[in-house]
Design a binder for this molecule. Structure first.
Ligand code: COA
Length: 260
């Protein structure tokens, strides 16, 4: 893995991944794709890491999408390879067994918005500018954007944004439900860490199962979804953590969950 294009740090149960190509607005090239893929696979099985925050280096950009300078050098089959790789990577983020928060610290266009859509929660700073602008390059969103945007904000608004390639600022992103929360640029990481810290107080198996039930349940009819919810619930019943939650309530103390 090339350590420079992706920075990783851990504090408490939180891993912070920083896309680190600020000279090109953290645009994603093959090298960054591979680094992110490797890191996500590590974090999937890393004990003690409960929440992942993804952000971009520098003051201006979260991620300006695919690296268009690299793209200009790729032949058709290499472009296809890039698209399959980025789509699979973002799907693995969406389906990761731990919550992922996008800390959108500026420009998030094309693949940058798609990356945030693959995350579970999006918090944006006031200077954020988001959009699926691919049609302006005579291509379409290829890393899940045509599927995840309408599921998040509704079909009509998603079509408007994809057909026009229009960018939205932080206020509008909040208003249309594209992001969960907006804040001042300086406090973005703190706000993300605050939310992550709250998640860290919960039961790890419960969070994994809740994410699983929401993700898979949303893709089906309600009765199948409810069956998925039941099965996910059943996983939590025999856990030590469930008994710890009840004991802590009875003893009026904070629970200590172990993910067992
Ligand atoms: N790929 C490669 N390089 C990119 C990039 C991308 N997606 N987006 C920005 N950059 C580079 C610029 O080429 C420039 O590098 P240079 O100084 O060597 O020319 C640098 O990042 C800064 O960008 P610049 O355009 O000068 O900044 P800006 O503030 O005027 O505009 C953007 C920022 C993001 C609005 C503009 O760069 C842009 O539209 N980028 C393309 C975004 C896009 O369409 N993404 C979807 C890809 S499918």
């Amino acid at each position: 893995m090339n350590d420079n294009v992706l920075l990783a740090e851990e504090e408490g149960g939180i891993a912070i991944l920083t896309l680190n190509r600020p000279d090109v607005m953290n645009a994603i090239n093959f090298s960054l794709l591979h680094a992110l893929k490797e890191k996500i696979e590590d974090l999937r099985v890393k004990q003690g890491i409960r929440v992942i925050i993804i952000t971009g280096a520098g003051e201006k950009a979260f991620c300006a999408g695919a690296d268009l300078k690299e793209r200009a050098l790729l032949d058709d089959s290499q472009v296809k390879k890039f698209i399959f790789t980025i789509r699979d990577l973002f799907t693995s983020i969406a389906l990761l067994n731990k919550p992922v928060i996008a800390a959108i610290n500026g420009v998030a266009l094309g693949g940058g918005t798609e990356l945030s859509l693959a995350c579970d929660i999006r918090i944006a700073s006031m200077n954020a500018s988001m959009g699926l602008t691919e049609t302006r390059l005579a291509i379409i969103p290829g890393a899940g954007g045509t599927q995840r945007l309408p599921r998040l904000i509704g079909c009509g608004k998603a079509k408007e944004l994809i057909f026009t390639g229009r960018r939205v600022g932080a206020q509008e992103a909040l208003q249309i439900g594209l992001v969960n929360q907006i804040c001042e640029h300086e406090s973005l990481l703190d706000e993300c860490k605050k939310m992550a810290a709250m998640i860290c107080e919960t039961g790890p198996i419960a969070i994994e199962q809740a994410k699983y039930a929401i993700n898979y349940g949303l893709e089906t009819d309600i009765n199948t979804g409810l069956a998925i919810e039941s099965n996910a619930y059943w996983v939590t019943i025999p856990t030590e953590d469930r008994l710890e939650g009840i004991a802590a309530f009875r003893e009026k103390r904070k629970p200590v969950y172990k993910g067992r």
